[in-house]
Structure formats: C-alpha cells, structure tokens
Design a protein around this ligand. Structure first.
Ligand code: MSP
Length: 498
C-alpha cells in the first residue's frame, strides 16, 4: 500500500527552530513506522520561498530574493539529516519544475471556470502574507497573530471562486469526518466554512517574487496557492525521469500546525476540487510548542535552538522529548529543564538502564549468550500486543498514544527485572532453568520494544539491536520468539549523563 506523508513547507526567511523540527519529526516517525510495516512510503518536506515577506527581507538585506532564498534554504535542507529525518525528497518552491506544474494546475482551474479578474481591497498582513477579514482585523486593525498594524491594500487581482465550493466542502466533511483530525480541529474547519466563504485573491500584481501567472505577466500567484501545490507537484519530479504522481497521490496525511488550518482544510481541498484532482485522506493539525504560555517562534524571540540540544544530548533525545512531551494535536509547553527531566527519567533511567542491565546480566550469568529457553508466556502476551496497538494508533496519527503504549512496555520490563530478581536466581544452581527463561524473556522483550520504538529513536535502537546481533526492524519481527538470539555484544550507555 502507498503511504504519502508531508510536512508544511517552511518559510526560509527565519532560521529553523524547534517548531519546524516538531512537525518534521512527527512526520518522520510516521514514515519510518510505515516503512517498517512494508508500505510503499513517500515522505516530503521542503521550503516555501516566494511571497512578499521574502521580497521585503531581501530588500532589507540588499540581496535579490533569489540570493536570499539560496542562502537560507540550505539551513533547512541541512536540518533534515541532523534530525535524522528520512525524507524522500526536499522540495523548494523555486524549483523550475514546481513552478511549471503550478502554472499548469492553476491554468486548469481557470479553464474550469473558477477564476475571474477583479479589484481587491482589504486588510493585509505582510508577515502572514495573508489578507484578513474585517472580523480578523478587529477594531484596532492589528494582525491577530503578529499584533502588527495591517495595511490597506488595493490592487488588480485574479480571484479564486472559493465561495462556490462551500457546499462541496461541507459535503466532504460530512462524508469524510476524519478529513480533518483531531476532532476539535474538524469542528473549527467546519465552523469556518459554515460562517460563509468569500472568494480569495489568487494573484498579486504589486511585486514580482513568485510564480508568474501564465495568462497575465503582470501578476504572480499568491504565495499560498503556489505553496499548497507543493504536495502535488513534488511527485512529478522528485525522481528524475519518473513521475510518482499515480503511485502516491492522493496523500494519506498532511501534518500541519494549527496556524495554517484554514489554508489546508478549506483552500486546499477547494483548489483540488476545482482542478478535478483527488483529495488527500487526512489533514492532521497539531498544536503549538509553547514557552510558558506563548507560542514559541522566531518572531517572538523565544525559540529554543534545536542544534544546541542535539549537540549536547544527541538527536534521538530531542526527537523523543518533542514526541513525548507535547500531546500530539494539543499545545504544550517545552523547556530546557523539562527536557533534562525527561531525558533522565525516561531515556537514561527507564530505557537506557533496562538495556544496559539486561545485556550486562546476560554477560555476567551466561557468558554473553542468550539462553534458548522457553519464554515467560504472560510477559510475551503483554509485549506482543504492542505492535498491533501502535500500528492502529499511528493509522490515526496518534503519536502520543503510541509513545505511551511503548513506554508501558518499557516499564513492564523494568518491573519484570525487579519481580524476578535474576541476581537472586543466579545464586541458586537449581534455579538455572528459571534464570535462563527470565534472561531470554527480558532480552526478547527488549528487542521487540526496540523494534517498535525505532521510529522515535532510530540511532539508539539501531545500536541496541546491533548489540543483540539482530538488526532487523521490520514489524514482522516485533513478536517475542524463543531461540532467536545467540551471542550478543556489550553496549555502552545509550543515554549517558552529558
Ligand atoms: N510556509 C507556510 C506553510 C506552507 S504549507 C503549504 C508556513 N511556514 S512556517 O515556517 O511559518 O511554519 C510552518 C509550520 O511550522 C507550522 O504550521 C507548524 O507546523 C510549525 N511550527 C512553527 N512554529 C511552531 C510552534 N511554535 N509549535 C509547533 N509548530 C510550529 O506557515
């Protein structure tokens, strides 16, 4: 089965921060898990490089917009391997192939009768690159997100007939209630549509940094139309000489932050309907990382530097923290103290300790060879339920529940060590068979948990599975099996105190 997952494409005029890492790591966990299931996976991320904010930033720095994006995009390209993210392609909306495809799709939307010419007058936030309704502008005419004064813009525009799609969009939400997830975001999308849709600007004519409108050279497409189409255009040129569109379109999951819900749950499906293209299955809307009570972000000046944390503690630790700390679909506070606390309690103590003491006991009591003994049936039943649970949870992008299901097993295995006290069994030669079974069960449990946990902690579970001489990570092997393992290596602490 094909599985196509995307992240938002990131604005290049800010440095990458933890919020960008968050969406990307979440998508990576899903992509890695689906690959473990043997699915045919495509995972896309990239950068959003057009629009007025980029043009203005370039002007301030005395650069051309192209120079600015060429300087900044590599920060995001390089972030991906640094986060150990397994994206299959990195799209830049300045790619010529993307631009050509945007022109093709939007021309089709026009040919289908959904575009007209007019004059736009309204409130505009250059930071959002978005027009605001009167309600959003409020009495003070401030951007509700940036709290900056909105400008009054009047210009010749092409319009997209969004209003014509109101009924189709409501029907979509009726028929596909999990088109927008989680439920509270579905309700938000629905309320927005029910409040009445107005036509939206499809083009801008007061600046030139964008994809040219092919039927009128005085215009460039409004950046959101160009940007949203990335999910579709990338498939046509990600593999030179091969078009992956039929294989992967429509996407299974678009993961996005709640700030861009309107674009993905209203504009985007309307555009696809207008172009007569199939719709994605799910838009999953996650919350914000907060510092205290405020949204973390570059403009708020409070962004935690992901690189600093990774330098000190490693990439896995950052991935794990973000996926465990903030309930996926809700806002949640992050902090360096919170990071350290979770690192110590869950990575160093729960998981790291389980791994090191289990492996050490096999060396101490059985010369480093895992006994081929019968496994503890009760423990096996609990551990073997894990893969089904996690698969079902990740089908719903419930990364938080999946993480919790795994952690229940990690804790279960630690309890098993305490309950069965191998160090006591080892003192009594008559209980050798019992010790064999306990050690074999623990090691197999550890192996299975590591396989399922791999998408969260690819590097450390990889090291651990190598030490067990069992590097396979397919979910087919995520069940306890007697006699599977033989001689194992020693293992340095996976999560040392820095
Ligand atoms: N370029 C647009 C998206 C176009 S998608 C076709 C954009 N870019 S952005 O760089 O400003 O933000 C993109 C995404 O980064 C947000 O939707 C969200 O997924 C993530 N985050 C940015 N700040 C965040 C937090 N503080 N917390 C969590 N995620 C955040 O919008």
């Amino acid at each position: 089965m094909a599985f196509y997952v995307t992240t938002p494409i990131y604005y290049v005029n800010a440095a990458p921060h933890l919020g960008h890492a968050y969406s990307t790591i979440a998508a990576d966990v899903m992509a890695r898990h689906m690959r473990q299931r043997g699915e045919d996976v495509f995972f896309l991320t990239g950068t959003d490089e057009h629009g007025e904010p980029v043009a203005l930033a370039a002007e301030r720095e005395g650069l051309t917009p192209q120079e600015l994006v060429d300087r900044n995009a590599p920060r995001f390209v390089d972030l991906m391997p640094r986060l150990n993210v397994s994206n299959d392609f990195f799209i830049r909306t300045t790619d010529p192939e993307h631009k050509a495809k945007v022109q093709e799709v939007l021309s089709r939307i026009r040919e289908n009768g959904h575009v007209y010419e007019g004059v736009y007058e309204g409130w505009y936030c250059p930071r959002c690159a978005d027009f605001k309704t009167d309600a959003e502008a409020g009495d003070d005419n401030l951007c509700p997100i940036h709290k900056l004064p909105l400008t009054r813009e009047k210009e010749d525009n092409y319009f997209f007939r969004l209003s014509a799609f109101q009924d189709d969009l409501l029907k979509l939400l009726d028929e596909q209630p999990d088109f927008v997830m989680p439920r509270h975001r579905y309700n938000e999308a629905r309320a927005f549509i029910e409040s009445g849709l107005q036509d939206v600007s499809l083009s801008r004519s007061t600046f030139t940094w964008g994809v040219p409108v092919p039927w009128d050279e005085g215009h460039v497409f409004y950046v959101w139309f160009d940007a949203l189409l990335n999910y579709y255009t990338a498939l046509s040129y990600a593999r030179p000489g091969e078009d992956l569109t039929d294989r992967f379109w429509p996407a299974q999951f678009h993961l996005i932050g709640k700030d861009i819900l309107k674009f993905h749950t209203v504009f985007w499906p309307a555009m696809l309907l207008a172009a007569e293209l199939p719709l994605p299955e799910h838009v999953f809307v996650h919350g914000f990382l907060l510092i205290g009570k405020d949204k973390m972000g570059k403009s708020a000046g409070n962004a935690i530097d992901p690189f600093k944390i990774m330098d000190e503690y490693g990439t896995d630790a950052l991935r794990f923290y973000l996926m465990r700390e903030v309930s996926f679909g809700h806002d949640g506070a992050v902090s360096e103290e919170g990071f350290r606390a979770r690192y110590e309690s869950e990575l160093a103590n729960d998981f790291g300790n389980l791994a090191s003491r289990t492996i050490a006991m096999v060396h101490r009591y059985r010369d480093g060879v895992v006994p081929g003994a019968e496994l503890d049936a009760d423990l096996a039943a609990e551990i073997d339920g894990l893969v089904g649970e996690v698969s079902e949870q990740l089908d719903r992008a419930d990364l938080t529940a999946a993480g919790e299901a795994i952690w229940l097993r990690v804790r279960r295995l630690n309890r098993y060590v305490e309950e069965r006290a191998p160090w006591t069994l080892a003192k009594d030669p008559e209980r050798a068979a019992e010790l064999d079974s306990v050690l074999a069960s623990l090691i197999e449990g550890l192996r299975v948990v590591s396989v399922v946990l791999h998408p969260w902690l690819p590097e450390s579970t990889g090291k651990l599975l190598d030490a067990l001489d069992s590097p396979q990570i397919e979910l087919e092997c995520a069940r306890m099996q007697a006699g599977r393992l033989g001689a194992i290596s020693t293992l340095a602490a996976l999560f040392p105190k820095p």
